[in-house]
Design a protein around this ligand. Structure first.
Ligand code: NAD
Length: 356
């Protein structure tokens, strides 16, 4: 009963026109920011996260405390738990699901391939089944990834480009997710939007990502490794600031049409959309390091090595004209401005971690 009351309170919306959103992966980097942004504007938000130990669990717990202080309740559980999902959908008539729970990261697939299939394929299907059976059926917005472009070298990447050459198991599971989602849209009339995020960074970020561990290692005086592509030298990413990504997520939720339900085709096709959410200005990793050196006021100890075949791609660059047209998406933060905010958060968080 106590849990029920907290779920109901967290999911309460400020007006009938507000959304009621289940955010999976709520204690994750993007999930925390998105949940807070939804709550701030009066939407009902319930989080779900399994608090896995892929990276520093104390960072997830600290994010969780921030969410709880803002009135967002996070249920500890797995998206593979069909019975739990059924219970949540019974208690709350969610209008939307923002599905961010996943096994993220490209390189970890070398150590734990099963976790990718478990969360990104099995967990996704379990969630789609729950959405299908829910009454009302929620509109689903979920995180795909720029990694689906794989070995595609035609830049900038547009949603019409080929995605049949994934370079990692992570990318393969995101690509599989897009195809699975399409089948649920087609057969069951679920309204589905896939957002292909491009290298998201910012405060409360992920310690497994380069900008984060470079910051840590530069401050500790440790040697950092910069990879170069064997052909052109440059390895670059379309780094996208978290606030821009969150705006894109909220716009996707706001513009999502209602699901039409099974046999949806009779009532008109249900919505299936795919958008790039990037920054449209790729930056070489060497320049990322130069900006961090400037902001941290520390010279990095660097070594440069050829890029190993570990699932990373050389270059990412988003064409965002579709998201601009349909979502009004317009990224507003350049890399140096965003990194300044990240560094400020990092120094603050790790100087008084125990008090978060
Ligand atoms: P994250 O790892 O910080 O967040 C994911 C959260 O999901 C974690 O808190 C984790 O505990 C939770 N989770 C994982 N498996 C789960 C399961 N089976 N059940 C319940 N919870 C589970 O990652 P993030 O950077 O916030 O990424 C959010 C989403 O965006 C992911 O789907 C990721 O693949 C995608 N994405 C992220 C980036 C990026 O640069 N951050 C880029 C492209 C795509």
């Amino acid at each position: 009963p106590a849990g029920y009351a907290r779920v109901a309170k967290s999911a309460r919306r400020s007006s009938p026109s507000s959304l009621a959103v289940l955010v999976t992966g709520a204690a994750g980097f993007v999930g925390t920011h998105a949940s807070l942004a939804l709550k701030r504007r009066g939407d009902g938000v319930l989080g779900l996260d399994n608090f896995n130990r892929y990276y520093d669990p104390s960072l997830k717990r600290a994010r969780h405390r921030v969410l709880e202080r803002a009135g967002v309740f996070v249920v500890e559980g797995d998206v593979n738990d069909a019975a739990l999902l059924r219970k949540l959908f019974d208690v709350v008539p969610f209008s939307h699901v923002l599905h961010l729970a996943a096994q993220a990261g490209v390189r970890y697939a070398m150590q734990n391939p099963a976790s990718y299939v478990h969360s990104n394929v099995g967990g996704f299907v379990t969630l789609l089944e729950a959405c299908k059976s829910a009454n009302p059926q929620p509109a689903l917005v979920w995180a795909s990834s720029s990694s689906v472009y794989g070995l595609n070298s035609k830049v900038p990447f547009s949603e019409k480009d080929r995605t049949d050459q994934p370079a990692s198991l992570y990318a393969a599971t995101k690509k599989a997710g897009e195809e699975i989602a399409h089948s649920y849209n087609h057969i069951h009339g679920l309204s589905i939007t896939a957002l292909r995020f491009f290298t998201v960074y910012g405060p409360w970020g992920r310690p497994d990502m380069a900008y984060f561990f470079f910051t840590k290692d530069i401050l500790k005086g440790k040697l950092i490794t910069i990879f170069q592509s064997p052909d052109c030298g440059t390895v670059a990413r379309d780094f996208t600031y978290i606030d821009d990504i969150v705006k894109g997520c909220l716009a996707a939720l706001d513009t999502a049409k209602k699901s039409t339900g099974s046999g949806g085709k009779k009532k008109g096709p249900a919505q299936f959309r795919v958008f790039n959410l990037g920054n449209t200005s790729p930056v070489p990793v060497s320049e990322l390091v130069a900006i961090l050196e400037k902001l941290l006021k520390v010279k990095a100890k660097k070594k440069v090595l050829p890029m190993p075949a570990n699932g990373d791609v050389k270059f990412t660059h988003a064409n965002i004209s579709l998201a601009h047209r349909d979502l009004g998406y317009r990224p507003a933060t350049d890399l140096e401005t965003g990194l300044r905010k990240f560094v400020k958060w990092y120094l603050d968080f790790y100087s008084k971690k125990s008090s978060w």
